[in-house]
Design a protein around this ligand. Structure first.
Ligand code: SF4
Length: 380
């Protein structure tokens, strides 16, 4: 009987990807054409085998997870992105807009004091009425509640907004945010770095070059940042590849990107609800293409809340080395009414079991991907 490895290598040969597999094994950088071949290749096993070679070269069989908590401080937003159903503009008359106070955030983060948390992931919509002090108070409340957790907060879009409201430069604003407790910057806001997609779907938000510029300033402030790619809407295969290459070029310059999370677009409930829902095949392919092209970003994350647990497990053989974390409360992905159908939290034990079942080696990490020693006080 043939081993799984020989079947996978035969698939690579059959698909005509042997040269890309050799590049992945040897750590030779792939070009735009290589990326386009991986996006177009109908043999997903072959694409995954190429990505897995890079994954194992960089991360071995380690698979990361984190004990984290998500806080979405408001769903009010004036940006009107066509793919978004999380945001509620007060003028829309849609479901209730909400705004958390810093006391709300403190209360939420201290409600289960025995749960160890390494990271608080805090993002929200763009409400132009919120002053600088609101954002600073959120950070202080989060740090007061969880002094040992890293507060990863505010995408480049929010940072731009906070700087405008404060009447300060981005670097001066970042200084204030860091003083109040900001420890890292999440991905998000870039979607697909394409002027065409920007004009079609989110013209009121940062342009691709503005997003890159703010990310450079984040790096200049000494903050680590995550990156994402929202795919599966109106973007072309070329635009997917160019997004990854733009991030790779940024990383060559700054070295501050910790991970990329490819996020499949869920059309349900958005202005684009006529588009087909994402499939597991899309998720696996984009994890693989991201891993193969982004040779200078150490980690590719499959966010189980969006991909499903099952697809995230498989993605660990298609380039991903991280399945995010315990999460607890996540409202951005799915429209109201669908939240109850999707588990929003996994325990540490469950995450480890899922990774082991997938044949990988679980490693609890912190925001910077440093391993966290197992603790007997962990009740997550
Ligand atoms: S994606 Fe973000 S910026 Fe765009 S409308 Fe939704 S919350 Fe606002």
């Amino acid at each position: 009987m043939r081993s799984a490895t020989s079947v996978a290598l035969a698939a690579v040969e059959r698909a005509g990807l042997a040269d890309l597999f050799a590049k992945a094994v040897d750590g030779v950088r792939m070009g735009r054409q290589d990326g386009l071949r991986l996006v177009a290749c109908p043999d997903l096993t072959a694409v995954g085998t190429v990505a897995n070679a890079t994954r194992e070269r960089i991360n071995g069989d380690r698979t990361h997870y984190i004990l984290n908590r998500h806080v979405n401080y408001t769903n009010v937003c004036n940006k009107g992105c066509r793919f978004c159903y999380f945001a509620r503009n007060p003028k829309d008359g849609g479901p209730t807009p909400y705004l958390l106070t810093s006391d709300d955030v403190y209360a939420a983060l201290t409600a289960r004091p025995d749960d160890r948390l390494s990271e608080i992931h805090m993002v929200g919509g763009i409400d132009p009425r919120l002053p600088l002090d609101y954002y600073l108070d959120l950070l202080r409340a989060a740090k007061r509640a969880r002094p040992n957790a890293c507060v990863k907060a505010f995408t480049a879009v929010e940072i731009d907004q906070i700087a405008r409201v404060a009447g300060r430069t981005v670097p001066a604003t970042l200084d204030l945010l860091m003083e109040a407790g900001l420890g890292a910057v999440p991905g998000g806001g870039a979607e697909v770095l394409s002027d065409r997609v920007h004009a079609m779907l989110h013209p009121n938000k940062l342009t691709p070059s503005q997003w890159i510029d703010i990310s450079r300033q984040v790096a200049g402030a000494g903050l680590p940042q995550y990156a994402t790619m929202l795919f599966g809407h109106v973007e072309t295969p070329e635009e997917r590849v160019d997004h990854l290459l733009a991030l790779r070029a940024l990383q060559d310059e700054t070295g501050h990107l910790l991970a990329l999370t490819p996020l499949a677009f869920h059309p349900e409930g958005s202005y684009l609800s006529h588009l087909p829902a994402p499939t597991g095949i899309d998720d696996l392919r984009m994890a693989a293409v991201s891993r193969a092209l982004l040779d200078n970003v150490a980690h590719i994350k499959s966010f189980w809340v969006m991909s499903t647990v099952q697809v995230s497990q498989i993605s660990l053989w298609y380039g991903a080395d991280d399945i995010d974390g315990t999460v607890q409360e996540y409202e951005i992905t799915f429209p109201e009414g669908r939240l109850g159908q999707t588990s929003q939290s996994l325990s540490r034990t469950e995450l480890e079991a899922l990774i082991v079942e997938a044949g990988r080696n679980p490693v609890e990490r912190d925001t910077l991907y440093q391993p966290v020693a197992p603790s007997e006080t962990c009740h997550a």
